[in-house]
Design a protein around this ligand. Structure first.
Ligand code: FAD
Length: 511
């Protein structure tokens, strides 16, 4: 890696804006191809939401699934995506499917980047689905291998929000992915990474984008690109005004992106030079449990409890994949609560990122506790008879092992997180609520980032209102509108698609 300052007027072959998984994949590919590449990151830390993530990569039909003996194929993934998304965006779907195996082979040809398959079912019952999942994750990365660069990688969400760095031991999940890509980019000798460079504008000349303008602690600088500018700077989930303008439900305060990092600077900048947009009201949704400080925790894998709306009624299969549960919550009467009993010892029967401290949540009032269900109903403001009726009906379903209301436990994804030891009945996803005291945790609509943005083509070129590419301008990840439309097909789609289109972008620049 080269120096950490930008001299005004610097010129590179490729400018990559942002430093998430897509951005750094683009940087690795460009730099390995011999292009002088600069990564400009707004914050002092690299990795964005990608660093917080589980780093599941949904990249079908690659050598990783082959090594794991899964029987996955590009054809099966095509069948699945077509069933979910139809043929809108078919050119981008095909580019994604074609390039994913090639990209993974290329990344893994550098020992710095290693992946391993990890079971996590695809999210929707449709032809071509892999019930055990097809996504994979990076191998853990010993911090020593990364050396001083490790301190530049954004820590896990709980530590980052508390202003703490990495614990000892290897970097895992999103931190491992960012660390590994950073290592690979650095080793090429062709990549420069600059933090605290907030790109706010695009420079144009002779009908193309030729560079960017960035704010740094030392003032505003311009950086020019001979081949192109890749915008991979996340979505606008952190910008309350843009969310309101485009009608994105939820709240910037409940989004899981690093606070103040993703405010749509590049969306605005690209629109100013004529870029078209799409899907601006969309996001990668999830259920959030409210935290004492007003933020939310990404909540998934419910293995007990029920979620009730403001009327005390269930409104969905609580074991749904998190994006679908988020969509159900967006349509529900709120406030909504996750109601659970004491069989988990007062802990939430779910996975949360960051983890929840029950005592602090109870003290702040975002969780409440009562000896009886009517008392609990009073504390959360729902009719007592409705809540007791809902729980009684659910407990009956738990005894029968079927959920005629919402079909919980019928899908492989539902059962993935279930623990048969929790459920005395025949369906491991239907765990009765019968052990007082009872708890209610307030749930809110959270997101892992917006998924609408700049319109792009199969080469990740940003398009104008007529559908023509804007020369020199490319986008990937949540800065672009996803070809998956309003569906979240499986774990790792945000990162997998960001990686592929970033790679396709820099490949196009090299032509
Ligand atoms: P980001 O990774 O957010 O990167 C954007 C970067 O751009 C940030 O560093 C930001 O500071 C920078 N930036 C913003 N504005 C500017 C500017 N003006 N100038 C310069 N830089 C700028 N997805 C998966 O696919 N698999 C998973 O396993 C997974 N798990 C998740 C787990 C958690 C807890 C969370 C929160 C999310 C998870 N997601 C997962 C979702 C996924 O992490 C994000 O949707 C994805 O990483 C977004 O990638 P991105 O490159 O678009 O943006």
């Amino acid at each position: 890696m080269r120096d950490d300052r930008t001299e005004a007027g610097a010129t590179h072959d490729v400018i990559v804006v942002g430093s998430g998984a897509g951005a750094l994949t683009g940087a690795v590919v460009a730099a390995a191809d011999g292009l002088d590449t600069v990564v400009l990151e707004r914050t002092p830390l690299l990795g964005g939401t990608s660093a917080y993530s589980g780093a599941a990569c949904w990249l079908p039909g690659t050598q990783v699934q082959e090594r794991a003996g899964l029987g996955d194929s590009t054809e099966a993934a095509r069948t699945y995506l077509r069933a979910l998304v139809g043929d809108a965006g078919a050119d981008r779907r095909e580019a994604f499917l074609r390039h994913a195996p090639e990209l993974v082979a290329r990344l893994e040809s550098d020992p710095a980047v290693q992946f391993v398959w990890q079971a996590f079912p695809d999210y929707v019952a449709a032809p071509g689905r892999m019930d055990a999942g097809r996504s994979f994750v990076p191998r853990a990365l010993p911090q020593e291998e990364l050396g001083d660069l490790a301190r530049l990688v954004r820590p896990a969400v709980d530590r980052d929000r508390a202003g703490r760095g990495h614990p000892g031991g290897p970097l895992v999940q999103g931190r491992a992915l960012i660390g590994r890509l950073l290592l690979a980019a650095t080793r090429t000798g062709n990549a420069t990474v600059r933090t605290e460079h907030r790109v706010t504008g695009l420079i144009t000349g002779n009908g193309r984008v030729t560079g960017v303008e960035a704010r740094t602690p030392d003032g505003t600088v311009t950086v020019r690109a001979r081949h192109g500018v890749l915008l991979a700077a996340g979505g606008f989930e952190g910008d309350a005004a843009l969310r309101a303008e485009y009608g994105v439900p939820g709240s910037a305060a409940w989004s899981m992106a690093p606070s103040t990092a993703t405010t749509g600077d590049l969306l605005r900048a690209a629109v100013r030079v004529g870029a078209a947009t799409d899907l601006l009201d969309e996001a990668w949704w999830c259920l959030g449990t409210q935290r004492p400080d007003g933020s939310a925790a990404f909540t998934l894998g419910l293995r007990g409890g029920i979620v009730v709306d403001a009327a005390g009624q269930r409104f969905a299969n609580e074991s749904l994949p998190y994006d679908r549960m988020g969509r159900a919550l967006a349509a529900a009467r709120t406030p909504a609560h996750l109601v659970f009993d004491s069989r988990t010892g007062g802990a939430l029967p779910a996975v949360t990122v960051p983890p929840a401290d029950p005592a602090a949540h109870l003290e702040s009032g975002v969780w409440v506790k009562a000896d009886t269900l009517p008392e609990l109903a009073g504390l959360i403001g729902v009719p007592a008879d409705a809540l007791t009726g809902t729980v009684a009906r659910f407990n009956g379903h738990a005894a029968d092992g079927t959920d005629p209301d919402h079909h919980r436990g019928e899908d492989p994804y539902d059962r993935f997180f279930a623990d048969p030891r929790d459920a005395p009945g025949p369906n491991p996803c239907l765990v009765p609520l019968d052990r007082p005291p009872y708890y209610a945790a307030r749930v809110v609509l959270s997101d892992l980032g917006t998924k609408g943005g700049l319109r792009t083509d199969a080469r990740a070129r940003v398009l104008d209102a007529r559908g023509a590419p804007i020369p020199g301008l490319y986008a990937a990840g949540n800065t672009s509108a996803s070809f998956t439309g309003r569906v979240y097909p499986g774990p790792g789609v945000p990162i997998g698609t960001a990686m592929v289109f970033a790679s396709l972008a820099v490949r196009d620049m090299a032509l």
